[in-house]
Design a protein. Structure first.
Length: 232
């Protein structure tokens, strides 16, 4: 159970949103996501938050400050390495931040600053034709996996990794003032549909090995965004 999401659900219930059916369960399902979207629209129309609405406590930052240099960044694209549970030198050359199976963060070799548009020599080449302005974060996992029939292989994505990922995304969004939307915080599997930039059959993430009930790029992306938003 995600206690941060559960706290957000209690807040939404107090504001009159009918969710979830079985009370605050800590799962950012479709009812919670729809309520968060509606609340965002209401607050955008108001121009601010009502004084009676308490802000959730900010999550503790887990990304070291020196990993986040001053830069103008537009989006965060989340991946898996399709390798082992530990970051290799090859992995580190392609991403800005990597997350190992136990949730440990590993700094990539390229600086985020190099991917500021237009991308500079030595940038992290993590997404085809979508590297300028994009921060690349990757989970170290899913080596030997197959999409259909789904088989996570011997290095499945762990719940600890995904929890760390949503914390990393929240930190990066807060630091770089990136709003959490499906065009600014997304997985590699969503890039083609959400941004209109053709990819090459990438399916990270269309499945979550630690939660087989979540299926499809949009469902995985919605879970990622809901949990990251709850940590802001």
């Amino acid at each position: 159970m995600n206690t941060i999401v559960q706290s957000l659900q209690r807040r939404l219930l107090a504001l009159g949103f009918p969710l979830p059916k079985f009370g605050p369960d800590g799962d950012p399902g479709p009812e919670t996501i729809a309520a968060m979207t509606a609340l965002d629209e209401i607050e955008a129309l108001r121009g601010d938050r009502p004084p009676s609405m308490p802000q959730p406590p900010p999550a503790s930052s887990i990304v070291p400050a020196d990993w986040m240099p001053r830069a103008k960044m537009d989006r965060i694209i989340c991946h898996w390495t399709a390798g082992a549970h530990k970051a290799s030198e090859f992995d580190r050359s392609h991403y800005h931040i990597l997350i190992e199976a136990d949730g440990k963060l590993v700094r990539g070799i390229p600086s985020i600053k190099l991917n500021e548009a237009p991308a500079k020599k030595g940038y992290a080449a993590h997404t085809l034709n979508c590297n300028s302005g994009s921060i690349g974060v990757s989970l170290c996992c899913m080596g030997g996996s197959t999409e259909s029939p789904f088989d996570p292989g011997i290095y499945p994505m762990t719940g600890q990794q995904f929890d760390a990922l949503t914390s990393v995304v929240a930190d990066l969004c807060r630091h770089y003032s990136i709003p959490i939307k499906d065009t600014t915080v997304l997985s590699h599997a969503e890039v083609q549909n959400n941004l209109g930039i053709q990819q090459r059959g990438k399916w990270d993430f269309t499945r979550l090995a630690f939660d087989p009930s979540v299926k499809g790029a949009k469902a995985c992306g919605d879970k990622l965004r809901a949990e990251a938003k709850a940590k802001l």
